[in-house]
Design a binder for this molecule. Structure first.
Ligand code: PEP
Ligand code: MN
Length: 457
């Protein structure tokens, strides 16, 4: 059946599912809103607002992810741990896009594969937390749960969950999306002009020379192809860019779960590629219930405590028809544990013949606290988890299809190590994250180069 016709014929609609059926299950990590009436009014308001993405884009991404599952593409997914309202500005958005474009250029060149580019942005405003409350100097307050829920300042008023923040998050997401789309449509991502992606402060980077050599090689290849064909090579002047976020705050996600003309089923139209976080991935939980019914490609974070049979049951629930491109597993084990915890999962999924895209998140299993009180991650652990993961897939006869990174285009000092060998004392200079530590521009590019080096071995 042609793909467009297949869209008209449901394979297997999720039984007993509706956009609000998650409400019959336990929803972890949800804020307690003081005024239920206000929450309901905000949901109605959101429901009437236009969506942020279309079903065509969502289906196009699903197709690209299906190709990545077959080893014909590599996924690069990255962005902030949490976006915040104050950083919704031109510099932060375009710098983040520049880093992702530069990394994807390194990956395309080194892996000789098209890259699926997915940002952790335009909706990454809600955060799961390991504790419900936070204490400082004898005062205990509810934790900060992301700008979509409450504010980070340590005052009782700031920490009260406010549903109107969801409306603001939708607006900020739309602005982010609009700016990214205009930059790309306007030629910002044109391979003929990688100099558009230069970031001012990196002129003297230890990595600059390697990167410039690569850009030079690509420029030559482009000019060579153009000379051969006598015309401009098309498709080099624009790229696809997709969005993703952790679909944590279910009242928000439900409001953007819509039906569209000439397509069966339901789509989450707030993002192309939502994922379930590690803390909310229980099989009987509200998040798994919500995700099983939407048609987007979806991902699940898989941590070191997940047992193989549990993972297989989750796959059965989320992708019962073994649909190509539907399900990605983002593994985040930690460098010291990955060799122990990942292989049983790879073996079980392979033995069961299930189709998934394996993604490595080398950030979340490698978080630690320094003696001067910062939450950080060591560059060597991040690189090591990726390198070990490549080897473990080779040994298991499976394939690593992508990476998931927390990064920024800003000159921050949040992760230690890397080409400039940032130490704990450097974290004091430019630590800006209110949640998890991100790779800065140089460290991100260095990870892309490490992936290419590893694959060339
Ligand atoms: C995250 O991606 O920011 C996150 C909270 O990850 P995890 O669910 O894997 O802990
Ligand atoms: Mn994080």
């Amino acid at each position: 059946m042609p793909a467009n016709e297949r869209n008209l014929h449901p394979v297997n609609l999720a039984p007993d599912w509706s956009p609000d059926s998650w409400r019959t299950r336990t929803a972890l990590q949800m804020p307690v809103y003081p005024d239920a009436g206000e929450l309901a009014r905000v949901q109605d308001e959101l429901h009437a607002l236009p969506p942020l993405v279309t079903s065509w884009e969502i289906m196009a991404l699903k197709q690209q992810l299906a190709e990545a599952q077959e080893g014909r593409r590599f996924l690069l997914q990255g962005g902030d741990c949490a976006e915040n309202f104050a950083d919704c500005n031109s510099a932060v958005i375009s710098n983040r896009l520049k880093v992702l474009l530069q990394m994807s250029l390194v990956l395309v060149h080194g892996l000789r594969l098209p890259v699926v580019r997915v940002g952790r942005f335009a909706g990454q405003y809600a955060k799961p937390r390991s504790a419900d409350t936070e204490s400082r100097d004898g005062t205990t307050l509810p934790t900060y749960r992301g700008d979509m829920v409450n504010a980070p300042e340590f005052t009782a008023a700031a920490r009260i969950p406010d549903p109107r923040r969801m409306v603001k998050a939708h607006a900020r997401s739309a602005m982010t999306m609009n700016f990214v789309r205009s930059l790309i449509d306007g030629g910002f991502a044109d391979l003929h002009h990688p100099e558009y992606w230069d970031l001012g402060w990196v002129g003297h980077s230890p990595l600059a020379e390697d990167y410039q050599r690569m850009v030079g090689n690509i420029g030559e290849a482009v000019r060579f192809m153009e000379t051969l064909s006598g015309t401009e090579v098309h498709n080099l002047n624009r790229v696809d860019f997709f969005t993703s976020h952790e679909a944590l705050l279910l009242p928000y996600e439900e409001a953007f779960t819509r039906q569209v003309p000439r397509q069966w089923g339901w789509f989450n139209l707030s993002t192309h590629f939502p994922w379930i976080g590690m803390r909310t991935a229980a099989i009987g939980g509200a998040h798994a219930e919500y995700f099983r019914g939407i048609r987007n490609p979806i991902a699940v974070k898989v941590g070191p405590t997940v047992a193989p049979d549990e993972l297989l049951r989750l796959i059965d629930l989320l992708n019962p028809d073994d649909e190509p491109g539907r399900l990605s597993l983002i593994c985040r084990m930690g460098a010291p544990r990955v060799a122990d915890r990942l292989p049983p999962l790879l073996d079980a999924v392979k033995r069961d013949g299930r189709r998934v895209l394996w993604i490595c998140d080398p950030m979340h299993g490698n978080t630690e606290s320094t003696s001067n009180g910062y939450k950080t991650r060591r560059f060597d652990n991040i690189r090591s988890e990726i390198e070990q993961t490549f080897d473990l897939h080779v040994a298991a006869g499976t394939r690593l299809g992508g990476v998931h990174l927390e990064l920024t285009g800003e000159d921050v000092t949040e992760c230690t190590g890397g080409a400039r060998d940032l130490g704990e004392i450097d974290l004091e200079r430019a630590y800006r994250s209110s949640v998890d530590p991100r790779l800065n521009y140089e460290q991100s590019l260095e990870i892309a180069m490490a992936i290419v080096r590893k694959q060339a071995q």
